[in-house]
Design a protein around this ligand. Structure first.
Ligand code: PEP
Ligand code: MG
Length: 572
């Protein structure tokens, strides 16, 4: 039976493919069907992986250095016993046969069954052995993935991921894959999960509420990321209609590419800078293709997610250097850690009543000065290799700026003492993300070299709406008069203080907001690379002297409905 579901489209485009239901635990383990005639090959692939892990463990056992702790040999021997037990080396093949699924999936199911058996044991020692089972299974999974994941049977491009909820850390893992689309039950339009969905450049929808429950594995889906609509089991007529729309969308995208190398300027000749937002060093490939002239926001905290340990100064330095060098002298704004709220590092035990208002971003960094200092040293070292700028998130008062500048100075002194080169004039800026900062822009600008408005958080904190909470997503309004007032005021006050200011929140990448931002005086935008061309197209068609009077009228309005109609007129 065909049915339609409505959510919030967070990344445009149309995808047609088969549902693949995922949960956090199974993100990295592919699940696909294996045809009967290929089952023998699947058993062989599994046996081969078991054999290679056995050899690996035996080699490790035979090469234990004398200085290693005594328990190491005992642990490795126990892992060998777990591996050789038929529950791990034989039962998964039975599951493959019964379910016609791939070996990884069978092994994952068997692991879950064993883990829950261990968890039910009274003896603490035995209960803790579940960790060893997981470690052995992880080794086998790695070996299986190294032996060809049976890619012929499973096409990622044809898969539409259906999840109840995904954290930003989960979504960042998708960058290693090429799924067709991704839809979730929960999430707000500027939640970090949605922003990352956009960064994958695949159609995505959040806030579908019951998708994970109503959609079945392998069901055919159409995902219209622009309209926020999912059609489950479409009939032939609907399917062909959407195939046509998909083609039109692709043609439009190709056409836009023609303006990639055109100078970004308005009709009246005003130059505008279009920069890109990135999460990981690997994203710069896409930045170069997009035609962006720099990186306006590198969300560095993503280097810290999905891992057990923290990247040390050297590892961070290498990552920042890679981006600085990769951009060949173009601006690279590295935002210092924005941890807390929906992004936390492994082992973080602090609990907060209201994390979005708690120890987040600069507050977190000042509470963890060693972590912050390490990052500042790494960024400063990278400044020698390109045009690096430092941006600090979520500042709300002057004392935070003074403490942060003090730490940067200390990092510089230590580098000088060690004879490590860096750019002495590395610009330091702050993000305008809370109303207090927007109202203090002029004061903050006296101490900083530049500013950047994080509209995602600014809207959230102005309207008191949690970005990640879809139950209040309908109240999240970038055209709320208070939001427009704060953005316009911050731009004006930064310019009055003679300091550059940009917008790096999602508002910058929304072509329907380009003219009003230009009318407010904004000349620097930073957005996901996939939005650069649509915003550029709008800039090329804008005459600032004509946009300014309408913008001034808009800023005097109090009625949301009237603002919306005037924006339409402005964009016509
Ligand atoms: C913002 O808040 O607008 C911003 C750019 O930062 P983030 O989305 O990472 O919180
Ligand atoms: Mg922010």
């Amino acid at each position: 039976m065909s049915f339609t579901m409505h959510g919030i489209g967070v990344s445009g485009g149309i995808a047609i493919g088969y549902a693949h239901l995922v949960s956090h635990a199974t993100l990295e383990v592919a699940h696909y069907s294996v045809p009967r005639q290929k089952l023998e090959e699947e058993y062989a692939r599994f046996d081969e992986a078991i054999l290679s892990v056995r050899q690996e463990l035996e080699t490790l056992c035979g090469n234990i250095p004398p200085s290693a702790p005594g328990e190491l040999a005992a642990i490795l021997n126990m892992h060998l016993m777990i591996l050789n037990d038929s529950t791990l080396s034989v039962t998964p093949k039975r599951i493959v046969e019964e379910q016609g699924c791939n070996a990884e999936w069978a092994l994952k199911q068997q692991m879950d069954a064993l883990v829950s058996q261990f968890e039910g044991m009274d003896d603490t020692y035995l209960r803790e052995r579940k960790t060893d089972v997981v470690q052995v299974v992880e080794r086998v999974l790695k070996a299986l993935m190294g032996h060809g994941v049976g890619a012929s049977a499973f096409s990622e491009e044809n898969s539409i991921l259906v999840a109840h909820d995904l954290s930003p850390a989960d979504v960042i893992l998708f960058k290693r894959h090429h799924f067709g689309a991704f839809i979730t039950d929960v999430g707000g339009v500027t939640s970090h999960t949605a922003i990352l969905a956009r960064s994958l450049s695949i159609p995505s929808i959040v806030a579908l509420h019951h998708a994970r429950r109503l959609i079945r594995e392998n069901e055919l889906l159409i995902v219209d990321g622009t309209q926020g609509v999912v059609i489950v089991s479409p009939d032939k007529q609907v399917l062909s209609e959407y195939r046509l729309r998909q083609e039109t969308w692709e043609i439009e995208k190709q056409k836009l590419k023609r303006i990639r190398t055109t100078r970004t300027a308005t009709i009246d000749g005003t130059s505008v800078d279009l920069h890109a937002n990135i999460e990981l060093p690997g994203d710069i490939e896409q930045v170069r293709e997009s035609g962006a002239t720099g990186i306006g926001l590198f969300r560095s905290e993503f280097l810290f997610l999905n891992r057990e340990d923290l990247p040390d100064e050297e590892e961070q330095f290498q990552a920042y250097r890679l981006v600085a060098e990769g951009m060949r002298g173009r601006k690279v704004v590295i935002r210092t850690l924005d941890l807390g709220a929906d992004k936390s590092i492994a082992g973080e035990t602090r609990t907060s009543v209201n994390p979005a208002l708690g120890l987040r971003a600069i507050r977190y960094c000042l509470a963890e000065p060693v972590l912050f200092y390490t990052q500042l040293r790494a960024i400063l070292r990278a400044s020698k290799f390109g045009n690096v700028w430092i941006l600090v998130p979520m500042i709300s008062n002057l004392s935070e700026i003074m403490q942060m500048l003090g730490l940067i100075e200390r990092a510089k002194i230590s580098l000088r003492e060690e004879g490590i080169p860096f750019n002495e004039k590395t610009p330091v800026g702050g993000m305008i993300e809370v109303p207090a900062a927007a109202l203090s822009t002029y004061t903050f600008a006296q101490k900083l070299d530049f500013l950047s408005i994080g509209t995602n958080d600014l809207i959230s904190y102005t309207l008191a709406i949690d970005r990640a909470d879809d139950s209040v997503a309908h109240l999240y309004d970038q055209l709320h008069p208070a939001v427009l007032y704060l953005v316009a005021r911050a731009i004006k006050d930064a310019h009055r203080a003679g300091k550059p200011i940009s917008v790096c929140g999602e508002m910058a990448g929304d072509a329907s907001m380009t003219r009003i931002l230009l009318g407010m005086g904004l000349r620097e935008f930073s957005m996901h690379p996939s939005h650069i061309l649509s915003v550029k197209q709008q800039i090329l068609k804008t005459d600032i002297p004509s946009a300014m009077p309408i913008t001034s009228r808009l800023l005097r309005m109090e009625d949301g409905q009237k603002i919306r109609s005037l924006i339409q007129k402005l964009n016509a």
